[in-house]
Design a protein. Structure first.
Lengths: 279, 279
């Protein structure tokens, strides 16, 4: 299974600490060795770093760790290939433009027989994931010539996500640089860091940070990841089939199916393995 | 004025030597200090590195110089902002998808009152250059639902380029990972390196390379740049208003207006300055 990492903040923030631990999972503390990618929004601009080397050894990952890019929205992905060969065009996150904005998307899961027709977008590679992004944006564009108001947008993205998840496992993150949309089929966890800030310690490496030293009292930062990245903070879990939208570091819209089901890490990984997943 | 660098080869080749000299022009040997970008095609995949720091000091440029990415098509750009503020969304090259392929584009020049309508693509930033890419791809897409044969494609791109250049200075490079299309309003030079290979020495730095040691006898590499990058090789100049298409390291299609006019470097730079250019 692949792993996802996202960040959504109310002020431009660097993701170096979280990425430090996350990138270790690409070949050192875990087996996600088929490349990685990370995209940073900076205002309307998007900077996307891709590499088909494992993130634990990649010079591109090394750059990202040493160059604190401040961003309000970040999506990163480390890949264990299940569909599509390991090549740059199949490396997440994927990027397209809609309504004069860049959209960034990463997925872990496995969509079966998902071969939609497109009007505006086409896949370059051959993953189910890139087809999912194309389908999402195509559907939005066919409904709205211009970007609708936030509430309409949330509901529209949710409706398309519900369609796509009928085809299989669909843990995903999508951002236009403003909102970060998530859907959880098995495992996604998140934490909202805000004042009073404390110290955090990575799971994957013996590194700690005191957020008091690098934040201001009004900062609010949501970090979303397949599995928690720190071992001394309380991460929240998103429920199976939950759709949640983050904005300015907090959840502004969510739909949690009732009764809410929270898989254990073992259950989540077992489901992924059973469907021959996943990226 | 900004500067452009392109490479088109018949075998994946690293551009480290050329980029070494080119990137010096971003802040050291020249004044192109408003950011830089470089995009590498690897099969169908595209890796685009952007930075709004000057290339001479950018950690991203440092990575590119130390990480020999092998590519058959590369486009790079160093920027001296004339239109649009210096921000990531205005940093060349620009990227979009058409017909299931990524397209990469960089421009130096200045298009006046160029505000076309788009059906399929929209600008994210506010440069004339990004609008030119959107217009190019929009026009291609409106004419062809699928990618046409090469001769039809060359002629179609050329026709759109002729339309755009009516609006002003349009030195540009465009690639889909297969072809590298160029248009010259003032200055573009190129060199085709093939066996027997020799030694090359940079203009901007005292660095030389013996291409015999890093090539095979069948390699053919075209390097295209605003100004020659080496001082001991013979660069060819593209004529004013010439349209040329490179494929596998050679020009496969060109239209040279007659009589062909070749500007001196001084004349080219003077024209750029006179129109308040340029990127």
């Amino acid at each position: 299974m692949c792993q996802l990492l996202g960040m959504n903040c109310n002020t431009p923030t660097d993701i170096v600490f979280s990425f430090e631990g996350f990138s270790k999972r690409g070949g050192l503390t875990d087996h996600h060795t088929d490349g990685f990618g990370i995209g940073f929004f900076e205002n309307k601009g998007l900077r996307l770093f891709l590499d088909n080397h494992p993130s634990a050894q990649s010079p591109v990952a090394e750059l990202v760790k040493n160059y604190p890019i401040k961003s309000e929205n970040v999506i990163a992905h480390i890949r264990k290939a299940s569909q599509g060969h390991t090549s740059l065009e199949n490396t997440h996150p994927f990027q397209r433009e809609l309504w004069g904005e860049y959209w960034l998307f990463a997925h872990n899961g496995h969509l079966q027989n998902f071969q939609p027709n497109f009007k505006y977008y086409q896949s370059v590679g051959n993953t189910d994931s890139e087809r999912a992004l194309c389908y999402l944006l195509d559907s939005l564009r066919q409904q709205f010539a211009h970007k609708p108001d936030p509430a309409t947008l949330y509901a529209a993205v949710q409706a398309i996500v519900l369609e796509i998840r009928e085809f299989g496992l669909f843990n995903m993150m999508l951002s236009n640089g403003d909102y970060l949309f998530t859907h959880t089929s098995t495992l996604l966890h998140y934490i909202v860091r805000q004042a009073p800030f404390g110290e955090a310690h990575l799971v994957d490496e013996d590194i700690a940070i005191d957020f008091n030293e690098v934040t201001t009292p009004n900062d609010r930062v949501a970090v979303i990841a397949t599995l928690p990245l720190t071992d001394n903070e309380t991460w929240q879990q998103l429920a199976q089939n939950e759709f949640a939208v983050f904005h300015h570091g907090e959840i502004v819209y969510r739909h949690t199916p009732q009764p809410a089901v929270y898989l254990s890490v073992e259950e989540g990984l077992a489901i992924a393995r059973a469907v021959g997943t996943a990226c």
